[in-house]
Write a protein that binds this ligand. Structure first.
Ligand code: TXA
Ligand code: MG
Length: 335
């Protein structure tokens, strides 16, 4: 097994239980313009105070995140959300039905919103989410709006455990709160609500559930030549070190490849190089295991991970989206 990063234990860690103690310590770090990694129901986020340019700058720096890629602003409740963004009728209906939860709404920025412009990449829209995760929500009650991108280095696999956060950002942030494995396992669904509602990123909330509330989402990518609505969603992302080959049936796995299997099907890869996302082919379980599975297979040292076909319905859309981005050509590719 390759050595684990030497910085793994350099950042102080605490458990999310009891809630009040964890939230108080996170709040103290954030009020001091420091950074704390906190569990959410989707993935772990690296948190900073949204109104503080210094804290926001640190978030971009520790992630190595391009300044053009805006951050999601997490708030304690919909009242606070309304002070930061302008919610349309449809946005209100979605907030009412799905917040707190794994849904992010991109809306026009409200006048006088107390958010550092850098958090929005200088733009006039804001991505808002009320998380269900108790430590983050309680901290937001105390410190106000919190930016919390996934707690990974930019472009890498999102963390769904405190160990994965330590592997990504250990030694670079002030606190890691350990809340156990993330219950959903993929990031929030991001909707553009600045015009006809449009899906920007499939995620932990199934598109069908959204359409049941506000009707059909606008299809396809945004108009060509229009403003870049979600810069983080375009390039290679969510990538392990190994290359990925997608939609590979069990008998198509090549010698030496690691195998990310969907169900319990037999296959040729060694057991030590096989991760099964869900033996019973349950998409919720598969989403929970996706990022940890990619990290585990990366540690085998395999150059390529073959991935079984994943269904397209329900959370399958988010899983397939992340796998496609993980498989996309990388910036450091020779071609
Ligand atoms: O589940 C989640 O959403 C997690 C947890 C920690 O809350 N957070 C997360 O943040 O995934 P991040 O920064 O890794 O992804 C945010 C995505 C990016 O792709 C970004 O481009 C997009 O949301 N985004 C943020 N603000 C936006 C805006 N104003 N307009 C369009 N897209 C935006
Ligand atoms: Mg991310």
């Amino acid at each position: 097994m390759p050595p684990i990063s030497r910085t793994l234990y350099e950042t102080p860690r605490m458990t999310a239980e009891p809630l009040e103690a964890a939230a108080a310590r996170v709040s103290a770090v954030l009020l001091d313009n420091g950074l704390a990694a906190v569990p959410t129901e989707t993935v772990y986020g690296v948190c900073g105070r949204a109104s503080a340019a210094e804290a926001v700058g640190k978030v971009f720096a520790v992630k190595g995140r391009p300044a053009i890629n805006p951050l999601i602003v997490h708030v304690a409740d919909v009242d606070t959300a309304r002070k930061l963004g302008v919610l349309s009728e449809a946005a209100e209906a979605l907030a009412e039905r799905f917040w707190p939860g794994p849904l992010t709404l991109v809306v026009p920025l409200a006048d006088g919103a107390a958010v550092a412009p850098a958090a929005l990449a200088g733009g006039t829209t804001i991505a808002l989410r009320v998380p269900a995760a108790p430590v983050l929500r309680r901290a937001a009650e105390t410190v106000g709006a919190i930016v919390a991108p996934s707690a990974n280095r930019s472009g890498r696999v999102s963390p769904t455990s405190a160990d994965a956060v330590a592997e990504e950002l250990g030694g670079r942030i002030d606190l890691i709160v350990d809340g156990g494995p993330s219950p959903i396992g993929v990031e929030s669904t991001v909707l553009d609500m600045t015009g006809p509602p449009r899906l920007l990123r499939p995620g932990g909330l199934d598109g069908a559930a959204i359409e049941a509330v506000i009707g059909p989402l606008a299809a396809g990518p945004q108009a060509a030549g229009g403003p870049l609505r979600s810069p983080g969603l375009l390039s290679s992302h969510y990538a392990p070190r190994a290359r990925l080959r997608l939609d590979v049936d069990a008998d198509g796995v090549r010698p030496g490849e690691a195998w990310l299997a969907f169900g319990a099907e037999d296959g040729p890869a060694e057991p030590s190089r096989t991760v099964r996302l869900s033996p019973t082919r349950d998409l919720h379980e598969a989403a929970r295991n996706l990022y940890a599975g990619l990290r585990t297979l990366d540690l085998t040292g395999a150059a390529t991970i073959a991935v079984s076909p994943i269904p397209t319905h329900g959370l399958g859309a988010a899983i397939r989206d992340r796998l496609a981005r993980a498989a996309a050509p990388r910036h450091d590719d020779p071609s």
